[in-house]
Design a protein around this ligand. Structure first.
Ligand code: ADP
Ligand code: MG
Length: 450
C-alpha cells in the first residue's frame, strides 16, 4: 500500500468542512456548505459543484484563509478551486420548503458552539504567555479587568482557541453568567434574520439582557459592511457601559481595520494583545501536546524536524500531526523520518508564499552573518561576503515568488551567477552544519517579520 495523494485531498476538503462546521452556525453551514459537492480532486486542484454563483462568492469572501490552509493553493496564493454551477433542477416548491424550517429552528440566535478542545489546558503558551495570561485574567474576572480584550494576529495562531477557552472557563467558574460566542458572519446572519422578521428590538434586548460575556470572533469581516457596523458598535457600547465583558479577535490591530474611528477607539479602550507565531521550542511543545492527544508516538528529533520546517501557522503543525496519525494508523507503521518528510512535502507544497521582499532578505542575512547590506549588494568576492551574498540569493529563490529573470535583476547578477549561487549553497548546506543552522535562522527571522 502506498501513500495516496488523492485520499489526502479528499480528507483535505472533509477536514476543511469539519473545521468550518465548528465555527459557523448550523443554518449557515446547511445553507452554504452542505449543498457543495466535490466533482474532481487532483493533487493540485479541486473542482466543486455549487448550486449557484453566490456560494462561490460566499466561500471566497468569508473563508479564503481557511481554504488556503486546508486545500491546494495556486502560485498566486489563491485556493486552487474550480467552481461549476450545477444545472438548476426542475423547479419544485418543495425545495424551498426544505430550507425554511431549519432557518426557523435556529432563529433567533446564531451563536457558535464552543469547541471542546479549545481550553486553556490545551493552549501551550511559550511565546504567547502574555496573551494567555490576559485571556485568563478576563475569564477569571469578567468585566472587571480589561474591557474589551482585543486579541489580534495572523491566521492559525490560536485566537479562536483562546476565545473559546475564555468561554469554557467563564461557564465553569461563573455559572450564572451567560456567554455568547459569535463570529461576524453569524452576527450579520442574525441581524438579517431579525430585520426580515421585523424583530431587531428583540435582538437588541437579547444582547442587553440575556448575555453577560460576549466573545466576538474575526471582527475584520465587519469591514466594508457599513450597515451592520453601526449595530455592532451599539452592542459594544451597551456592553461596556454595563460592565459586561467583551472579547474581540481580529487578523489586524484596531488601528488598521477599516472601521469608523469611533469604533476603533472603542476597541482600543481596553487591552490590545498581539498573538505571535510561536518560537521553535513552543512549536515542538505544541506538536508533542497534539501528538499526545492523538496517542501518536513522536520522537523529540522528529518533532524538532517538523517544527523547523513549519514556522508560521499552528494549524499546519496540527495538520502535520493529523496526517501522520492517519497514515501511521492506516498503514500500521511507526512514524519514521520518511513518513515525516512525505507529510511535510504535502503540507509545504500547498503553503502560500507570503510576499517577501529582497530588502527583507538582505537585511536579515546581513544581520545573521554580521556583514553590511551594502556589501551584499556589491561585488567584492572575499569569502566572508561572497557566501552570505549567495545565501541571500538562495533564500530569495526559496521564499519569493519571482522568476530567475526578476532575481537576476534584483541582485544585478547574470542568470548563471544566481543559479550557481543557489546550487553552491545547497551543496554547502549538506557539508557544513553551522552554515545550515545560520541559514535556517535567517529564514525564520525573515518569515517571522514578514
Ligand atoms: P486563529 O483563530 O488565530 O486563526 P485557531 O485558534 O483556529 O487560530 O488555531 C488554529 C489551530 O491551532 C487550532 O486547532 C488550535 O487548537 C491550534 N493552536 C494554536 N495555537 C496553539 C497553542 N499555543 N497551543 C495549542 N494549540 C494551538
Ligand atoms: Mg480564528
Amino acid at each position: 500500500m502506498t501513500l495516496c495523494d488523492t485520499c489526502d485531498n479528499t480528507s483535505c476538503w472533509d477536514q476543511f468542512l469539519l473545521f468550518i462546521k465548528g465555527r459557523i452556525s448550523a443554518t449557515a453551514f446547511g445553507n452554504w456548505l452542505a449543498p457543495i459537492k466535490t466533482l474532481e480532486i487532483s493533487e493540485s486542484e479541486i473542482t466543486l459543484e455549487i448550486p449557484n454563483i453566490f456560494v462561490k462568492e460566499y466561500l471566497l469572501s468569508n473563508h479564503k484563509e481557511e481554504l488556503c490552509a486546508f486545500l491546494p493553493v495556486t502560485g498566486q496564493g489563491e485556493p486552487a478551486l474550480t467552481f461549476i454551477v450545477s444545472r438548476p433542477s426542475k423547479p419544485k416548491t418543495s425545495s424551498l420548503k426544505a430550507v425554511t424550517p431549519e432557518v426557523k429552528k435556529e432563529f433567533p440566535s446564531h451563536h457558535i458552539k464552543l469547541n471542546e478542545g479549545y481550553t486553556f489546558n490545551h493552549f501551550i503558551d511559550g511565546t504567547n504567555q502574555f496573551v494567555k495570561s490576559a485571556a485568563m485574567g478576563v475569564a477569571n474576572r469578567p468585566g472587571k479587568s480589561y474591557n474589551p480584550l482585543f486579541i489580534h494576529g495572523d491566521v492559525g495562531l490560536g485566537k479562536t482557541h483562546l476565545l473559546h477557552s475564555i468561554g469554557h472557563h467563564v461557564s465553569q467558574m461563573h455559572k450564572k453568567l451567560r456567554v455568547q460566542c459569535i463570529t461576524t458572519e453569524a452576527f450579520i446572519n442574525d441581524l438579517v434574520d431579525h430585520l426580515k422578521n421585523k424583530s431587531v428590538e428583540r435582538m437588541k434586548r437579547f444582547y442587553r439582557k440575556e448575555v453577560d460575556v460576549l466573545l466576538f470572533d474575526d471582527i475584520q469581516f465587519l469591514q466594508n459592511r457599513r450597515n451592520f457596523e453601526e449595530e455592532f458598535e451599539n452592542t459594544i457600547e451597551t456592553f461596556i457601559n454595563q460592565n459586561k465583558q467583551i472579547v474581540i479577535t481580529s487578523d489586524k490591530p484596531p488601528k488598521d481595520l477599516k472601521l469608523s474611528s469611533r469604533m476603533i477607539a472603542r476597541m482600543e479602550w481596553g487591552l490590545v494583545a498581539r498573538i505571535e507565531p510561536p518560537d521553535l521550542e513552543t512549536r515542538v511543545a505544541i506538536l508533542q501536546h497534539k501528538a499526545q492527544q492523538k496517542s501518536l508516538s513522536l520522537s523529540n528529533d522528529l518533532a524538532f524536524h517538523i517544527a523547523e520546517q513549519i514556522h508560521q501557522n499552528v494549524r499546519q503543525l496540527e495538520g502535520a500531526v493529523n496526517r501522520l496519525s492517519a497514515h501511521s494508523r492506516l498503514l500500521d507503521v511507526k512514524v519514521s523520518e520518511e513518513l515525516v518528510n512525505h507529510t511535510l512535502k504535502e503540507i509545504l507544497r500547498y503553503t502560500p508564499k507570503t510576499k517577501i521582499s529582497i530588502d527583507q532578505i538582505l537585511s536579515e542575512v546581513a544581520k545573521t552573518f554580521h556583514v553590511a547590506v551594502e556589501d551584499l549588494k556589491g561585488s567584492r568576492r572575499t569569502k566572508d561576503i561572497a557566501i552570505p551574498r549567495q545565501v541571500a540569493m538562495y533564500l530569495a529563490s526559496r521564499l519569493m515568488q519571482g522568476t530567475l529573470q526578476q532575481m537576476s535583476e534584483a541582485f544585478q547578477k547574470a542568470h548563471s551567477t544566481v543559479l550557481h549561487a543557489i546550487k553552491n549553497i545547497e551543496k554547502k548546506m549538506g557539508e557544513d552544519r553551522m552554515l545550515k543552522e545560520q541559514i535556517k535562522l535567517a529564514e525564520q527571522q525573515i518569515l517571522y517579520r514578514s
